[in-house]
Design a protein. Structure first.
Length: 201
């Protein structure tokens, strides 16, 4: 692997550590000031904010206006999340030699896998809390522990798969392309409702 590319385990460790520190009320730990690490940090920040807003949007004890505000906030966080995924892919590819078009194409990009690791770190963090909730019974704690173990297995598997992809791209045996998200719902050029029209396709 090229020296500019971090190992998948280092990325996963940063995501887990940053989340733990933020949830303890500490300042957000900054990643290395490189384009790749800045994009990884921005993606993780967006996913953390998304998780909190998604929880709030499920409340039933607040006016509909509060839920509408949550939904608009979710749209913004999700746009920033997807923009960061594309920036991760751009930064990873900038660290790699030009790919040979005849080598196998990986259907998922490195950025998409790093985004999945971020989400899994959130699931593990919140499931770990469920294992100790004082207002839940032992059966709930046991179910949460079983689910936490499965999440940890999925997380470890994904770290290994990301490392394999990055190694393959570095040695020329694998490649991936940047797939643009082209989110349309936040863009008045493509969402007729935002442009003041009353119907779409």
């Amino acid at each position: 692997m090229t020296s500019e590319l971090p190992a998948a385990a280092a990325i996963a460790e940063y995501q887990v550590r940053a989340l733990a520190e933020v949830k303890r009320g500490q300042p957000w730990p900054s990643a290395s000031p490189t384009p790749l690490w800045r994009a990884i940090e921005d993606n993780h920040r967006s996913n953390v904010a998304l998780w909190d807003e998604e929880d709030q949007a499920r409340r039933r004890d607040v006016p509909d206006s509060v839920i509408a505000a949550c939904k608009r906030s979710i749209d913004g966080h999700n746009q920033r999340r997807n923009d960061a995924v594309e920036r991760i892919d751009e930064a990873v590819l900038a660290c790699l030699p030009p790919p040979v078009e005849t080598v196998p194409l990986h259907s998922e990009t490195a950025g998409a896998m790093i985004d999945r690791l971020s989400i899994l770190s959130l699931k593990m963090h919140h499931m770990a809390w469920q294992t100790e909730r004082p207002d839940r019974e032992a059966e709930h704690h046991a179910l949460s522990r079983a689910r936490l173990e499965r999440l940890r297995e999925q997380h470890a598997d994904l770290v290994a798969c990301l490392d394999e992809l990055l190694r393959g791209c570095a040695d020329g045996s694998r490649r991936f392309k940047i797939y643009r998200q082209f989110k349309m719902y936040n863009d008045a050029r493509f969402n007729p409702w935002l442009a003041g029209q009353t119907s779409g396709a």
